[in-house]
Design a protein around this ligand. Structure first.
Ligand code: NAD
Ligand code: UFG
Length: 337
């Protein structure tokens, strides 16, 4: 059974390819390598013993995308990861983000419709909720207006998929709203490869611990949270990858209850920035040089998921303790020396 994974050499995509292959699926990846390296295929092969098929394709190229589907008539489902994802950059380059994230999605959907590939799993984000009034957020929590062009591409992508599913009754789509993905594969053969100075907490933290960065800035300790630093729902990337396998299985086995569904994928627990730092220090024995600074513009105070729907409907639950995630991400950081 062959699954087409767009953006499959990226951070979450590569971990998902590993879990798919280990579950017996054949995988073909298309990626334009704008934010990933071809070497990721070596890591996947080391873990699974299987080198996934790969094609370098820019999915904003309509003809190239269509041609891909013409040549691969054995694809049964698509997992669409390919997107640009830097929130700050999207504010400065809105058109590039709308162009890339929306055109790639529409080209994939258009070919799926034409070549009758019925099943799609889409990478969405808890960014669609913004700062929710009531926590934790359930799938019934209203979406808020997006705070960045990146976030807006997720809102718009969900709407495009929802509207298409209304008229394509033979197609099925399932959006996974990821909370904050962190960690690396326990083998340390794959993990997150941030470009330049990291924006996200965990890569900045591990780069500080190893001495690439001098000090981690904690953006604010005056929020309305127990220790004053913001709360997020940090989900281990391998647990997240496994959610894609159960989502694909649900669609392939026809167990979905509607032809467009969406699920929160998190742990159900909020951790503060300071708690994350201490969890890392406890798990690794390595001290992190950090300093409390002012709030970062655009940050929300707190968000975490109610994961009841994913637990009951998908039969999926986050399983990796935070200490293990921290050990894995430290092993990964050390492997990059
Ligand atoms: P990533 O940048 O590591 O992976 C995305 C991959 O898509 C990269 O390999 C990139 O080269 C590829 N790509 C981008 N545009 C492309 C195009 N036009 N054609 C072909 N390939 C293209 O990012 P990630 O963290 O693995 O995220 C995967 C998906 O999950 C994205 O859609 C992202 O928006 C979403 N998401 C990520 C997070 C997070 O915090 N990492 C949170 C919520 C949602
Ligand atoms: N933080 C610091 N110092 C840093 C980096 C981050 O204190 O150097 C704090 C932030 O203020 C925030 C928390 O760590 O409170 C997490 O920040 P990240 O940048 O790691 O993650 P965000 O929650 O801001 O954003 C993430 C993804 C986005 C996505 C969003 C909602 O990066 O793509 O979750 O899904 F849109």
């Amino acid at each position: 059974m062959k699954i087409f994974v767009t953006g499959g050499t990226g951070y979450i995509g590569s971990h998902t390819v590993v879990e798919l292959q280990q579950s017996g699926y054949d995988v073909i990846i298309a990626d334009n390598l704008v934010n990933s390296s071809i070497d990721v295929l070596d890591g996947i092969e080391k873990i699974t013993g299987i080198r996934p098929e790969f094609e370098e394709i820019d999915l904003t190229d309509r003809a190239a995308t269509r041609d891909f589907f013409v040549r691969h008539s054995d694809i049964k489902a698509v997992i669409h990861f390919a997107a640009l994802k830097a929130v700050g950059e999207s504010v400065h380059k809105p058109l590039e983000y709308y162009f890339n994230n929306l055109n790639s999605l529409m080209n994939v959907l258009d070919s799926m419709r034409e070549f009758q590939v019925p099943n799609l799993v889409f990478s969405s984000s808890c960014t669609v909720y913004g700062q929710a009034d009531v926590l934790p957020v359930t799938e019934k929590t209203p979406r808020h207006e997006a705070e960045s062009p990146y976030g807006n591409t997720k809102v718009m992508s969900e709407d495009i998929i929802r509207d298409l599913m209304k008229v394509e009754s033979k197609m099925n789509a399932l959006a996974l709203r990821y909370f904050n993905p962190i960690g690396a594969h326990p083998s340390a053969y794959i993990g997150e490869l941030p470009n330049g100075v990291p924006n996200n907490l965990i890569p900045y933290l591990t780069q500080t611990a190893i001495g690439i960065r001098e000090q981690l800035s904690v953006f604010g300790d005056d929020y309305n949270t127990p220790d004053g630093s913001p709360l997020r729902d940090y989900i281990d990337v391998v647990d997240l990858a496994k959610a894609h396998v159960v989502a694909i299985r649900r669609l392939l086995e026809g167990k979905n209850k509607a032809n467009y569904e969406f699920f929160n994928i998190g742990t159900g627990k909020g951790l503060s920035v300071l708690e994350i730092i201490h969890a890392f220090e406890n798990a690794t024995g390595v001290k992190v040089n950090y300093k409390i600074v002012g709030r970062r513009a655009g940050d929300i105070e707190k968000v975490w998921a109610d994961t009841t729907l994913a637990n009951t409907e998908l039969g999926w639950k986050a399983a990796t303790p935070i200490e293990e995630t921290m050990k894995n991400v430290w092993k990964w950081q050390q492997s990059l020396r």
